[in-house]
Ligand binder design. Structure first.
Ligand SMILES: [Zn+2]
Length: 175
């Protein structure tokens, strides 16, 4: 039986793990039964399923959120850098799916440090919350892929292709 999930909590991992396996390994080393998050988004935008939603999470004990929320973590330390464009796009696309699936109101999509009682910097000061919420409610109809955020124009174009496959309208801009 699944626990009813009426919130989504957004996290960064706070470390620069290479992949989702490393995040899981770290949490297992703490004696947990599985990674604490329900989803992990890797730097290249790959979404990896974490802990089953059939059991409580282990990502936000404040306000009883482990029992009533879906926890998503993006790999990285967003106190020192921003998430990658791939991570942001993947997060928006995952959020759209989850709010529909669990019928979660947008006001219940919270950054970890926005949960009453949570004392944490997570998901970090560079986490682009307002941009993500805009993407979620469709205000940002066109996604601008900035060449400057990629190592080459070719990579930017490839990223734009992936966005279109996710159903997002986008165009590539300079720089
Ligand atoms: Zn967190």
């Amino acid at each position: 039986m699944q626990y009813p999930r009426s919130y989504i909590i957004l996290h960064h991992t706070g470390a620069e793990e290479k992949n989702a396996k490393q995040v899981r390994k770290y949490h297992l080393s703490k004696g947990w039964r599985d990674v604490g998050y329900n989803y992990i988004i890797v730097r290249d935008g790959t979404v990896v399923k974490g802990r089953s939603l059939d059991i409580p999470g282990a990502h936000c004990s404040a306000s009883g959120m482990n029992h009533k929320s879906v926890g998503i973590a993006l790999i990285g330390n967003f106190e020192v850098r921003s998430p990658t464009e791939e991570q942001i796009a993947a997060l928006i696309s995952l959020l759209k799916k989850l709010v529909k699936e669990f019928n979660i109101p947008e006001k219940n999509v919270l950054p970890h440090n926005g949960v009453p009682g949570a004392k944490t910097l997570c998901p970090g000061k560079h986490f682009p919350l307002s941009r993500i919420l805009k993407g979620l409610n469709g205000e940002e109809k066109y996604w601008k892929v900035q060449c400057g955020a990629f190592s080459s124009r070719e990579n930017a174009e490839q990223f734009a292709q992936r966005l279109r496959k996710m159903g997002m309208s986008c165009f590539v801009v300079d720089p």
